[in-house]
Design a protein around this ligand. Structure first.
Ligand code: KIV
Length: 274
């Protein structure tokens, strides 16, 4: 018997993601930052919608995710929540909202769940301190997704490059993934990680790995919506596949609108109230 109350489609749960890994079903995740796109993405069948702090770049026009605030995340996540009925909704904890103290992390992650209606948070890193924070959040009832490899909030330390190259770095990432698993994270994003290492991490942990620039061996895939739809045309990393050319469709549609307004073809009599 289902223990979920209320109407509407049944929501994907963190337990179901683990079950998908067990039976070898790939997990499809995408970012969303507003109500309408969230509705489209959810309706198209993704399993996980992530309100990523990548909204700093693709929505706010910032250079990095570092200036994104908790209020930015909550504002966008509330809109996304209204559009998502089925997918598991995960929200990024932005820079310095979970690194300073465990109390901060609990309060800020709690705000995200209470004020947005999301089911989980994501945070970056796999150090013992971060793992302690993950464990405290999970004990408080807050599901946590980890994020290893290139961690954009550390861009000024890491640079933008593939992580985990070389034996020592690979062993470190493996240890971090196991640490997050032991701390109770329900899943981990692997970003810009060599394919063989991502596959080895995926083999060695029981929680699902979600890759972005991490090859074919992960349990699932995530992309930034605006990148895969061809809206963010200046961004062309090797791992990205464009699944649509929405940017060109917008340019064509708006160009046609401007032409028809200027030459008087729009609006016409058929658009006019008598
Ligand atoms: O912020 C984000 O969109 C992310 C994904 C790229 C995984 O963290």
């Amino acid at each position: 018997m289902s223990t979920q109350r209320g109407s509407g489609p049944r929501r994907v749960t963190v337990a179901e993601l683990r079950e998908m890994k067990r039976r070898g079903e790939k997990i499809a995740a995408l970012t969303a930052y507003d109500y309408l796109f969230a509705r489209l993405v959810d309706g198209a069948g993704v399993d996980v919608v992530l309100v990523g702090d990548s909204l700093g770049q693709v929505i706010l026009g910032l250079d990095t995710t570092v200036p994104v605030t908790l209020d930015d995340m909550i504002h966008h996540a509330r809109a996304v929540r209204r559009g998502v009925e089925r997918a598991l909704l995960v929200v990024d904890l932005p820079f310095l909202t979970y690194q300073v103290s465990r109390e901060d992390a609990l309060r800020n992650a709690g705000r995200v769940l209470q004020e947005t209606g999301a089911q989980a948070v994501k945070l970056e890193g796999g150090s013992p301190e971060i793992a302690d924070t993950v464990a405290a959040l999970v004990r408080a009832g807050i599901p946590v997704m980890g994020h290893l490899g290139f961690t954009p909030q550390s861009v000024h330390v890491q640079g933008v490059r593939v992580q985990g190259k070389g034996e020592e770095a690979a062993e470190r990432m493996m240890a971090e993934a196991r640490r997050l698993e032991q701390a109770g994270a329900f899943s981990v994003v692997l970003e810009l990680v060599p394919g063989p290492l991502a596959a080895a991490v995926t083999e060695s942990v029981s929680i699902p790995t979600i890759g972005i620039g991490a090859g074919v061996g992960c349990d699932g895939q995530v992309l930034v919506l605006h990148d895969m739809l061809g809206l963010n045309t200046g961004f062309n990393p090797r791992f990205l596949r464009r699944f649509a050319d929405v940017g060109q469709a917008v340019t064509d549609g708006v160009g046609e609108y401007v032409r028809t307004v200027k030459d008087g073809a729009y609006p016409g009599p058929e658009h006019t109230f008598e």
